[in-house]
Design a protein around this ligand. Structure first.
Ligand SMILES: NC(=O)c1ccc[n+]([C@@H]2O[C@H](COP(=O)([O-])OP(=O)(O)OC[C@H]3O[C@@H](n4cnc5c(N)ncnc54)[C@H](OP(=O)(O)O)[C@@H]3O)[C@@H](O)[C@H]2O)c1
Length: 247
């Protein structure tokens, strides 16, 4: 099978590309350094030519809801056009719960994911698979990197059922390689936890920052179960403790 991974240099896309190749797929890695800009559409049709499946694993660090909506909307539109032209199916990575207005009303990144989902649904319907993942164990580590000053760090309280990114990527490979892939699939980790507690455990293991404050950020729904799927299609196996042990 031939697979084009847009966002192949990212945390998720690089692991996904590697596992796809281990499982026998022929992978075209697409990101800006390869001449593909999914926001402008430059190079996308060429990168998707001959692909059976195009994966959208793009991401952005922009903070505002408007910028996030513009980014994910433009990328989804351009990938949908390229896939339609070349006859490829699309599997796109999104975040479980992100399109729920109660969850995303104060979460700019998630508002962008809502636009991504709506754009694919409108342009491709069932020809695009929404692959919904919960948060990854590495996310609280990123929060700490962004929100630490000297010995102090902060991490948002978010109730999630997080997973190891490697497990989530392996679950996506199963979907990509399945000719009867579903239109919608949710993947979650093995246990519910507060990401602020995960951040504290990561900081304790690394020895820095010395003190981590749990902060309320993003509205009540992110702490009240809006990010926790009741019946995920796939439950991954690596526990937070096992993941932390390997860091
Ligand atoms: N972190 C989590 O807990 C979590 C959980 C579930 C879902 N997600 C979703 O997973 C997705 C990927 O996350 P990640 O952490 O792997 O992201 P990442 O490490 O920041 O990687 C983003 C990827 O997108 C590419 N990209 C950015 N702008 C581009 C453009 N204009 N044209 C082409 N490629 C572009 C980047 O490539 P270049 O910069 O090299 O061009 C890179 O390959 C995100 O959409 C995020 O919402 C994250």
């Amino acid at each position: 099978m031939r697979v084009t991974v847009v966002g192949a240099s990212g945390e998720f896309g690089s692991i996904l590309s590697e596992i796809l190749e281990q499982r026998g797929a022929q992978v075209t890695r697409a990101h800006r350094a390869t001449g593909v800009d999914a926001v402008t559409g430059e190079g996308l049709t060429q990168a998707c030519a001959g692909a059976d499946v195009v994966v959208d694993a793009t991401g952005t660090m922009v903070r505002s809801a408007t910028e996030s909506e513009e980014f994910f909307g433009a990328v989804a539109r351009n990938i949908a056009i390229a896939a339609d032209e070349t006859g490829a199916a699309v599997v796109y990575l999104t975040i479980y719960g992100a399109s729920d207005p109660a969850v995303n009303k104060k979460m700019g990144h998630y508002r962008g994911k809502a636009v991504q989902e709506a754009t694919y649904a409108e342009m491709l319907g069932g020809a695009a698979t929404a692959f919904r993942s919960t948060q990854w164990y590495s996310l609280p580590e990123k929060f700490l990197a962004m929100m630490s000053v000297g010995p102090f760090g902060a991490a948002p309280r978010m109730t999630s059922k997080p997973a190891a990114v490697e497990d989530v990527a392996a679950a996506m490979v199963d979907v990509v390689l399945d000719p009867n892939r579903p239109a919608d699939l949710t993947v979650a980790g093995p246990a519910v936890m507060d990401l602020a507690d995960a951040a504290k455990a990561i900081a304790a293991k690394k020895g820095s920052p010395k003190k981590v404050f749990a902060v309320n950020f993003g509205g009540a729904a992110v702490r009240a179960g809006g990010l926790v799927p009741e019946h995920p299609d796939v439950t991954t196996t690596t526990t937070f403790a096992q993941w932390l042990e390997r860091r």
